[in-house]
Design a protein around this ligand. Structure first.
Ligand code: CP
Length: 309
């Protein structure tokens, strides 16, 4: 494959295994580039990248901004808090307004499922979904796969346990699509009330016992408890989540001896993960996920704008 055959990147849904491998392969070059002293390429020179984040973000927003700038794009961040969204302007009217300013690529995060798809329908440029509600977070799943491939040398055959708040996680949703496509054996682990019942887990083993769920896992991916997306009653009945579902050294012994620990961030330290596990340089890949995220997003910006250059 020499070109990415899609106009937008709205989800893992709709991508093939070859599309995914293509993006991961493209990202590799940027990891080496980003470790160099001079981090400036000009392939996006003259193009305008708009980042419109309607929900807070550190990793995704900042890495897209850095990625675009390192590729030479003019990067403009749309500040929702200071925008006419606060006067009641709708998402689609906002999108049409941004579109009229002729961006070459739009990166959007929004609290509504399907927002990126709705916006893409009215834009004349490629759109990247940087997270839509409980929908998808495709660049996170791609950077997770890149991190696993680099650390483990493969994805096929890896036993991956995705643990915690599966129900509210767009990261889980995207990973549950991507990882089986590349041949990983995926299972989910969490309290019954945080496991989706909408068919998303069809064919995916689900465990409510943490130690049983991570037994023999090559990768233990912890997720943030997303209280902001839970009904109050659910959040209130979670009890001492850490006691039952927090990743500790003691629990990690149930996974494979060299199991890799991952977390998309932001972490609730002492809730879903113990600090000393998260910070362990041998076992934890959390900061590598962030580093690989810049490279992966450079690859996405590059391949989606090739026909505009
Ligand atoms: N993983 C992730 O999406 O982090 P941010 O919310 O900080 O972008």
């Amino acid at each position: 494959m020499t070109a990415f055959p899609h106009r937008h990147l709205l989800g893992i849904e709709g991508l093939s295994a070859d599309d995914i491998r293509f993006l991961l392969d493209e990202a590799e070059q940027w990891i080496a580039f980003n470790r160099g002293r001079r981090k400036q390429d000009d392939r996006l020179a003259g193009l305008t990248q708009v980042n419109a984040f309607f929900e807070n973000s550190t990793r995704t927003l900042f890495s897209f901004e850095i990625a675009g700038k390192r590729l030479g794009a003019q990067v403009a961040n749309f500040h929702v808090a200071a925008s006419s969204v606060k006067k009641g302007e709708s998402l689609i009217d906002t999108a049409l307004t941004l579109n009229a300013m002729r961006p070459d690529i739009l990166v959007i995060r929004h609290e509504q499922d399907g927002a990126a798809r709705d916006v893409a329908a009215v834009m004349d440029c490629p759109v990247i979904n940087a997270g839509d509600g409980r929908g998808e977070h495709p660049t996170q799943a791609l950077l997770d796969a890149l991190t696993m491939r680099r650390r483990k040398g493969r994805i096929e055959g890896l036993k991956v346990a995705i643990c915690g708040d599966i129900l509210n996680s767009r990261v889980a949703r995207s990973n549950l699509k991507l990882l089986p496509m590349l041949g990983a054996e995926v299972r989910v682990v969490g309290p019954e009330m945080l496991l989706p019942k909408d068919g998303r887990l069809d064919g995916i083993p689900a465990f409510t016992d943490f130690n049983e769920g991570i037994a023999g896992a090559d990768v233990v991916m912890m997720l943030r408890i997303q209280r902001e997306r839970m009904e109050e009653a659910v959040a209130g009945s979670l009890g001492d989540f850490h006691a039952l579902y927090g990743l500790t050294w003691e629990r990690l012994r149930h996974a494979a001896p060299d199991a890799l620990v991952m977390h998309p961030g932001p972490m609730n330290r002492g809730v879903e993960i113990e600090s000393s596990v998260a910070d362990d340089p041998e076992r934890s890949a959390i900061t590598e996920q962030v580093e690989n995220g810049v490279a992966l997003r450079m690859a996405c910006l590059d391949v989606l704008t090739r026909d505009r250059r």
